[in-house]
Design a binder for this molecule. Structure first.
Ligand SMILES: C[S@@+](CC[C@H](N)C(=O)[O-])C[C@H]1O[C@@H](n2cnc3c(N)ncnc32)[C@H](O)[C@@H]1O
Length: 286
């Protein structure tokens, strides 16, 4: 199927409006490849038809189909390893202290949980990796704390990946990407050809649909944000708006994890860099 330059530009405008993704000119092939099936099914066999439908009467269903087709959902358990080591070694011990302080009568956030947000969680491997680390930490160093002291919020724009994340059901090859046999056997059960996450981990996670290109501070205060391998798809203006909202939402001494390839320029002044091995964590200061 042909995708003219004019049609490509029109589709990029729709995509930007729907999810903030900034598609560069050289990605013509990507739009062609990913949206061609939709042009066939929704646009009477042409990109022109799909654009007309998107411009006139696109319902939420068609919009979601475009979002699902165009987003890249690549992920794996403990992706890149180092950030998760940094989380275990330098962030979790501080979160445990915060959790203990919040149990004190008179603490201004008494009773509130430690909130960890996986802000583009795709099919769930990132939030489940975080949940596994919390469980392991509680088993070894978490005296006086329980899983109830932590809440993970996992969000994504794509309903399709969110459903898979909620199901927490993975194939053998998905499991093999990043997960040791010990963790697999400890945190998953086998159902047919799939490995399903244990309820003790799933109940720690609240899955929601959030579009990072829109205002999202309504989610409330959080202590840690993982926003990895998604900012690369946004333009400078959108990235700036997202980072500024993160800095408003993060608690005093809160942490921000970004992807290794994310080029974010200068972060809001409230962040200082904390280096751990090959990774850098950004922490809120005073
Ligand atoms: C490459 S995956 C990264 C997953 C995970 N954070 C990781 O690093 O393995 C990017 C995810 O960002 C999501 N995404 C894209 N645009 C988004 C937006 N505007 N708001 C929220 N999520 C978005 C996609 O649906 C996709 O699941």
């Amino acid at each position: 199927m042909e995708l003219s330059n004019k049609e490509f530009t029109e589709l990029c405008k729709h995509i930007y409006k729907l999810c903030g993704l900034n598609i560069k000119d050289k990605k013509h092939y990507l739009v062609l490849q990913r949206l061609e099936p939709l042009a066939v099914s929704e646009g009477n066999g042409s990109f022109k038809g799909l654009i007309e439908k998107l411009s006139s009467n696109a319902g939420p269903q068609l919009k979601d189909l475009v979002i699902e087709a165009i987003t890249t959902n690549e992920t794996s358990f403990f992706r890149d390893e180092h950030p998760f080591e940094a989380f275990r070694e330098i962030v979790l011990p501080q979160l445990a202290e915060m959790a203990k302080h919040r149990k004190h009568p008179g603490h201004h956030r008494k009773g509130s949980k430690i909130n960890i947000w996986s802000a583009a969680s795709s099919t769930g491997q990132e939030p489940y990796s975080i949940a596994m680390l919390i469980h392991e930490f509680l088993g070894s160093k978490g005296k006086g704390l329980s899983a109830e002291d932590f809440e993970i919020i996992a969000t994504d724009i794509s309903p399709k990946v969110l459903s898979k994340a909620i199901a927490g059901s993975y194939t053998d090859s998905e499991i093999k990407r990043g997960l040791s046999v010990e963790r697999r056997d400890r945190f998953f059960r086998k159902e047919g050809h799939h490995w399903v996450i244990n309820d003790s981990l799933r109940t720690m996670i609240d899955f929601k649909r959030i579009n990072l290109a829109e205002q999202f501070t309504r989610l409330g205060g959080v202590d840690v944000i993982f926003c990895r391998n998604v900012l690369i798809y946004f333009d400078e203006e959108t990235k700036g708006r997202i980072l500024s909202q993160f800095s408003q939402m993060l608690s005093e001494s809160g942490f921000l994890f970004l992807g290794a390839c994310e080029n974010v320029g200068t972060l809001p002044k409230k962040f200082k860099k904390v280096a751990y091995k090959e990774s850098v964590v950004h922490q809120i200061v005073g």
